[in-house]
Design a protein around this ligand. Sequence first.
Ligand code: ASP
Length: 599
Amino acid sequence: MYRTKTNGELRLSDAGTTVTLAGWVQRTRKFGGMTFVDLRDRYGITQLVFNEEHDASLCEQANKLGREWVIQVIGEVSERSNKNPNIPTGDIEILVKTLNILNESITPPFTIEDNSDGGDDIRMKYRYLDIRRSCVRQNLELRHKFAFEVRRYLDEQGFLEIETPILVNSTPEGARDFVVPSRMNPGQFYALPQSPQTLKQLLMVAGMDRYFQIVKCFRDEDLRADRQPEFTQIDCEMSYVEQEDILQMFEGMSRHLFKAIKGIDIPALPRMTWADAMKNYGSDKPDTRFGMTFVELKNNQPDNASREIVESIFPAGFTVFDEAAYIGAICCEGQAVYTRKQIDQLTDFVKRPQIGAKGLVYARVQEDGSVKSSVDKFYTPETLEVLKNKMNAKAGDLILILSGSDAMKVRKQLCELRLEMGSRMGLRDKSKYSCLWVIDFPMYEWSDEEQRLMAMHHPFTSPKPEDIPLLDTDPASVRANAYDMVVNGVEVGGGSIRIHDAKLQQKIFEILGFTPEQAQQKFGFLMNAFKYGAPPHGGLAYGLDRFVSLFAELDSIRDCIAFPKNNSGRDVMLDAPGFIDQSQLDELCLQVALPAEEK
Ligand code: ASP
């Protein structure tokens, strides 16, 4: 037997027993005639002691151990005189009688401890060593527990986990597909699923009633901290349901996960319409851990987010405001202490190309209640008083104002500013959770690039029944039976009630610009299936990586993925993707023509 115990389980009550342990040498320390070794495995660290006086040759052997060598020891559990309260095994140590070296290790490229000296790149290249670090390992343990509790909950609710194929045709989720050439069908390609969307709908037609799958999905998109080319969804679909049934079922799942994994009782999830989310937070995934919601000071551009005209509180005088279609502001409590330099930093922040604001106007409410602002010279104290009242600002508060010609663009800029201020003011504590549903999304959004309406969620989403007549007259204002679950400003999941009527589905394809032939060619399989008694159905999918990274309080989803890709979509450990042999290309009838600079 390689071991009788792990390195995480021995306690004072085990003192006097003889045990066999195995693991990696984390570090060795020599004090006079004693050598101490920290022995590590997945379960923890146990201190080993070798005493020169008891066995000089054994101690000599121990002194030769290098970092990450794999060893086995037999010894007696004994109470430590110098206890370590920081680890669960800190009360004991092992007086070693036998030492076996199971494998040696060359010196690892970074220290395998929580505070490693290895940078991101090197740790990813040697990810198998990185995972030996407890902080990385714990994320994978949490991920396992999370997936396990998802399965437990959904199984109890009668869901069946059903696998769907990975080699499929292109699925329209709006991203680029990864494709796989077919050797047996020369010139033809499979696409890897962006999600099992159509397949899970077919499972509803097939009568499976409640389906789920923890499944890899693939999207060939430009990568950000919260995106990976392959990622994992908790994909779910139910038959004979309305939106309310889905919201209840999955609110229940979130409640179960928070309780089982974090020990947190989350309150009932508030529901916010997409319009309110955009109007008050400038985002369809508002971070509701803090307030600081938008106040519209002018809006002469009614849209889906706010349909009412708001007359400007500012009389004519300052051209920027006079010409703006929208002026919005946030009130930052107690931040009037912001220095000129700090405000300049904020101005630079909103002017960065990624945010794109032209400038930032501020107003400080002073201790005596009067208002001092960067646009003082254009306005009377009375106007600034109106501003103060409109913003509900008190002495000591800082008002930040953005304006522009496109309300939606300014809202998005103001959203970034609000999040920045939230972070600066310490209002975005990762260990506090604020969950909500965002509902009533628009069916469509206008794409400047494609010069047409695009499905905001996907083309299988059903419109709100009361908005169906608008499909003919004003499709851009039609709302969908679609919903997202948002946690701390992160969209963790989203879905919709689906169209189950072939004719309505046909019409939606038309509005999206598909000819009947194109629709038939791409989605004929689904529309045909709908002709055989498709039940009303709906569902949603969670991003498992995102949800787990929130639970683990991580900045990047990468840290809860065993072998993630880097920002260029590469696996630096496997050095993938890579070139393939000419013979393989020939077999697939493929020719590769690289752009000149890459040859
Ligand atoms: N397939 C959708 C997605 O990946 C989720 C859903 O509508 O169920 O976003």
